[in-house]
Design a binder for this molecule. Sequence first.
Ligand code: ATP
Length: 365
Amino acid sequence: MASINLENVQKAFGKVVAVDQLNLKINEGEFFTFLGPSGCGKTTTLRMIAGFYYPSKGVVRFGEKDMTRVPPEKRNTGMVFQNYALFPHMTVFENVAFGLKVRKVASSEIKKRVKEVLEKVRLEKFSDRQVSQLSGGQQQRVALARALVIEPEILLLDEPLSNLDAKLRDEMRTEILQLQRDYHITTIYVTHDQAEALSMSDRIAVFNFGVCHQVGTPSEIYNEPANDFVASFIGEINFIPMKIEKTDKQTIEVSILDGSKRLHVNHTPFNYREPKANEDVVLSIRPESIKLSPNRFDSVNALEGKLELIQFFGSMIEVLVNVNGLMLKVNMLNSNDLSHLQKGTNVWINLPEESIRIIPKISGE
Ligand code: ATP
């Protein structure tokens, strides 16, 4: 097992800077995810760790060791590609044994290790099958077995579930986590799927346009997003334009709706730091944190609005409330009597002080 350190790493392809000023420390045994939209630099970063690309600037270390210009075959990393990159005319056994043969491992040892890893991924009965005759999920497991059989220090997974249907993706998610725990292997997982990232990772790095915006545990990223890009990429969120009126040790007073309403926000270190000069900030609140009632709340942060839209999702109900032209999404569990929810009626909502975040606005929208 190894930790991974990226120090001021940059990768440019001609004029395109795919990754810029990246500093990351991935701990030994950690399940670490690179999350972000298409083209944000996730795969490029993964490839620099695998050695398929060398950085234009900066240093890549495994533990203390400088690996920046070490070729891939000397890195002891196992990689699973998005399209699996299996050899279609070889059997499952031959595919998995390939890396060991290249490393000139004795054939009795190869048999033993391939058998063990195929048992781990529940493919022992398919050893002699050609991979072209396997289902997508089975091919995925062959790719995992092939990466794991060389006993790598680091496992690199590039969108490994994106070619599978939703049900199989759920199953493979659990299997990958189980394998990672069994092997205690430092793992980097690349995905653009926030649900995968939140449910699987010890920590997540959120990328956009080649820049890493935040590193944190799933709950830190969800509850304390660093800016409006992170907040909106992960889960649903309401943004409300605002102006800071007053701050003291406990409370920040802000005005919204062109100054016609004042709200109170908890003043805590994660919620708010003094904005830099000219920094744009925005008030944000998750839809499940907003309370809704037909009656007025006894709260400074109560707002009256009209129910514009009601959508039923089984366990959850999503409504859209129009507060003087400001549309706010509210999610509620389908556990109470919600018969009073009728489109067009007036309702009250409350934005609890402790659930509001004031965050930098970087997206320019
Ligand atoms: P995806 O989820 O679509 O795979 P990604 O987040 O992995 O996207 P990268 O593949 O790392 O993104 O690409 C980052 C940027 O670098 C993109 O603008 C891409 O077009 C560019 N890029 C990547 N590889 C190359 C290359 N070999 N030559 C030129 N530009 C490249």
